[in-house]
Structures are given as structure tokens and as C-alpha cells.
Design a protein around this ligand. Structure first.
Ligand code: PHE
Length: 444
């Protein structure tokens, strides 16, 4: 709220940059390439694309409609429509908290890698360096703090002057850098093997695990299932076309994820590294790739600037979900909300960071704290998405949702039939099947 009136995006372009900024993040640049590397390359990419097309679009549009209709952030949006469902909004606020507490840890790693790349401080044994850096009790927490302060400053400046302005600069810059790096990677001698691995689906690698991983990744990457798009949608005016927006945002997010694969996998193959090396792909393999590449110092620096921009435009959306909740529900001012919440998230992120080192013995269900937080978010997001589908289809009602999307018939809604079937039946069913399978109750 600014001057008692709800803040609004300055333009639809601003909203798209902010929503795409939320979506494009570490999920695209860090997780997607290594998940693809681990889960059979092209098959994973194909399944991922199908889920984005069918489920990603459906849920994105549903969230935008709830947010714009109520002009409230997620908890209060659900509550306004049906009090009994406010807990779904609450799940989102909690998920925002949890995600940012581990996200800021990795954001801090990115800052450190950017700094070290600029000063030439990454030793040749990148694997040993990564291990010793993340398990250090001080340095990663320092960078985590810097990352949280940067996030807090942008959110503090508000919707138009902070989030929108930052995303309108960082997102196009990110895109240009990514294109430059992809071209560089794909023209390396020997890059062809990486491109082939990435584009050729090998169906023998298709397992239930691939589908579970792809579904979780779609929710995380598109920022769905936790009220982020509801919150951003609540700052949208009635004259904007929601159908178009919910095609453009997943399109941009997917484009960046695919390009990230093109920027990373060919280079990994060209220098003879393993694509399935997991989470260390960005921090262990890539610095070696840059080290071997002509002018690698410049490309390395550009690369980590790109990752930093992506991470920041996502972390601000995570913080905004919780800040908007405090503003809408508890009538806190923005300044107080930003200071208290970012401090609290930073405090939770400290044990998450330490769980890579001195607290690595503390295990919850076989995971260290960091992995446990990731696991919870992997459950909460699809759960939030499932409940949202049921909410729209059977509680709020399709007629009201459709009236919001078309602004009472002023906009055509070409995908109306598709969206209705998807949100009422297919999307919730798909999430349930994947859940049951992950729990081992149903074997795909
Ligand atoms: N979509 C972000 C990414 O890909 C992460 C995120 C998840 C942001 C949920 C907001 C909400 O990195």
C-alpha cells in the first residue's frame, strides 16, 4: 500500500519483467541444467516442456486471476473469497519464508563466485575450493547477508520504484548476456556432443523419477503454488490481458531455462566434463570451463553477473510475498515489514548455510537442514498448486474466474475450454498421481 491506495505496476511490460524476473532464477540457471544432465538430457527437457504447457500455464493463469480479482496478496486473497481456504494462502507465506532461507544461501555463493572470478581467486582445484568455501562458518554467511541486504533494499523501495524498476533493467540485461554466452558455448570445438545430448530424447532414460523431478521443477521455476503470482497479480489493473500474460511469462522462463542448457552443457562436453555432476555443475564444473576457455575471465564474470541478476529478481519476489502479507493482513508499514522479515529469513538461513559444514551432522529425515528446506518446498509448491486448482474449480467457481480473466467479457479467451478442463480435472489429477507415486503408494 502506498498512500493508502494499493500500489500498481507502471505498465504491463513492467509486470511481465517482474513476473518473469520472479520465475527466472537459480531454478533455471543452476537447477535446470543439472537436472537435465542427471535425468537423461533430452527426455527430461521434453517432459518438462509438456508440463509447462499443460500445467504451468493453467496454474499461472489461475493465480493471476485470484490476485487481480481480490487485489490482495495470497493469504488475504483466499480469505476474501472463502475464509475456510485462507490456510492455502498461509502455506504460501510459509513456503516463501522457507525458500528464501535456502535461496539466499545460494545467492551468497553466487556473489562470492562473482567476486572471486573478478579478482582471479578461484584455484584450479575447483571441487576442493567449493567444498571448503560452502563449509566455512563465516564467509558464505557474510555473502548471504550481502545478498539479503540487496534483496531488502529493492523490496523496501516498493512495487513501481523498487521491484519493477530493478526487473526492467536486470531482465533484459540478463537475456543479452545469456545469448552471448550461449553463442560462445555452442561454437566451442567439440560442443556438438553436448547439443546432441541435450536435444535427443533417449526414452530408455524415462522413469517415474524423471516425471516427479520435472513436475517439481516446473512449480519451482515458474514460482507457482505459493502465492507469488497471486501477489504480483494483485498489483495489476483490470485493463491487462491475463491470458496473454500467462502465456508470455512461462514462455520467457522456459526460453531462459533452455538457453541456460545451451550455455552450459555444450561447454561441459567440449572440455570433457560429466553433465550429471549435480548441484556442483555451476560452481565446480563451470569455473574450470571458464578457466580453459579463451577470454574465460570475461565470460566467467559475465556469467556470474547473469546468475546474480536472475537470483535477485527471484529473491525480491519471495520477500515481497511475505511483506505484502504483513501489509495486507497485519497493516504493517513496508519499512517495518521489510526489516523484520528479511532479518528473520537471514537468521534462518544461517543454520541452513552451516548445515554444509559444522552442522552437517544435524539430520532431519536423512537430510541436512539445507536439503530438508529444499525438500519441504518441493512438497509445498505442488500441494499449493493442487489446492488452488480445487479452489478455483469448485469453491470460487469457474464463472467468477472466467469473468475475471475476460474482465466480464471484454477480452476474448481463446483457451477457455482448455483451461477449464485443465484446472478442474487434469492438473489436480496429475499432481495427485505424481504425489502418490513419490510416496511410493502408486507405482508408475
Ligand atoms: N522461480 C524461482 C527460480 O527459478 C524461484 C522461486 C520459487 C521464486 C517460488 C519465487 C517463488 O529460481
Amino acid at each position: 500500500m502506498e498512500n493508502g491506495k494499493r500500489a500498481q505496476w507502471g505498465s504491463n511490460f513492467g509486470f511481465i519483467m517482474a513476473a518473469a524476473g520472479s520465475a527466472v532464477g537459480l531454478g533455471n540457471l543452476w537447477k535446470f541444467p543439472y537436472l537435465a544432465g542427471k535425468n537423461g538430457g533430452g527426455v527430461f527437457v521434453l517432459i518438462y516442456l509438456l508440463i509447462v504447457l499443460f500445467i504451468g500455464f493453467t496454474i499461472m493463469l489461475g493465480e493471476m486471476a485470484i490476485g487481480r480479482s481480490t487485489q490482495l496478496s495470497s493469504y488475504n486473497a483466499y480469505r476474501k473469497i472463502n475464509k475456510k481456504w485462507s490456510y492455502v494462502g498461509a502455506i504460501g507465506v510459509i513456503a516463501g519464508f522457507i525458500i528464501l532461507s535456502f535461496y539466499s544461501v545460494v545467492g551468497g555463493w553466487v556473489l562470492n563466485y562473482l567476486y572471486q572470478t573478478v579478482i582471479g581467486g578461484i584455484p584450479t582445484d575447483t571441487s576442493a575450493y567449493f567444498g571448503s568455501f560452502i563449509s566455512d562458518p563465516i564467509s558464505p554467511i557474510f555473502w548471504d547477508m550481502v545478498f539479503m541486504i540487496a534483496t531488502a533494499i529493492i523490496v523496501f523501495k516498493g512495487i513501481g520504484g523498487g521491484i519493477e524498476k530493478a526487473c526492467k533493467f536486470m531482465m533484459p540485461a540478463l537475456f543479452v548476456i545469456l545469448v552471448i554466452i550461449s553463442i560462445r558455448a555452442m561454437t566451442l570445438p567439440g560442443a556438438g556432443a553436448g547439443i546432441a545430448f541435450y536435444l535427443t530424447p533417449d526414452f530408455s532414460k524415462l522413469t517415474a523419477g524423471t516425471i516427479v523431478a520435472a513436475l517439481g521443477q516446473v512449480f519451482f521455476s515458474l514460482s507457482l503454488g505459493m502465492g507469488c503470482i497471486i501477489t504480483y497479480g494483485s498489483y495489476l489493473g483490470k485493463e491487462e490481458n491475463l491470458e496473454k500474460n500467462s502465456i508470455i511469462v512461462p514462455f520467457l522462463d522456459t526460453l531462459v531455462a533452455l538457453l541456460a542448457g545451451f550455455a552450459i552443457l555444450p561447454a561441459v562436453f567440449a572440455f570433457g566434463f560429466e553433465p550429471g555432476s549435480g548441484p556442483g555443475l555451476m560452481f565446480i564444473t563451470l569455473p574450470q570451463v571458464f578457466d580453459k576457455m579463451p577470454l574465460g575471465w570475461i565470460f566467467g564474470t559475465l556469467f556470474f553477473i547473469l546468475v546474480l541478476f536472475a537470483a535477485l529478481t527471484s529473491s525480491i519476489s519471495l520477500l515481497e510475498v511475505t511483506v505484502a502479507y504483513m501489509q495486507d493482513h497485519h497493516k504493517w508499514g513496508r519499512t517495518k515489514a521489510v526489516i523484520v522479515l528479511s532479518l528473520l529469513m537471514f537468521l534462518i538461513s544461517i543454520p541452513a548455510s552451516l548445515s554444509m559444514g559444522i552442522l552437517s551432522n544435524v539430520q532431519i529425515l536423512g537430510n541436512n537442514l539445507f536439503d530438508f528446506l529444499v525438500l519441504i518446498s518441493d512438497i509445498l509448491l505442488p500441494l499449493g498448486g493442487l489446492l488452488m486448482c480445487i479452489f478455483i474449480g469448485y469453491v470460487w467457481g469457474m464463472d467468477k474466474a472466467l469473468a475475471e480473466i475476460t474482465n466480464n467479457g471484454k477480452f476474448p479467451f481463446k483457451l477457455k475450454g482448455f483451461w477449464t478442463i485443465m484446472i478442474k480435472y487434469i492438473a489436480p489429477l496429475a499432481v495427485i498421481v505424481v504425489f502418490l507415486n513419490a510416496l511410493g503408494i502408486l507405482k508408475l
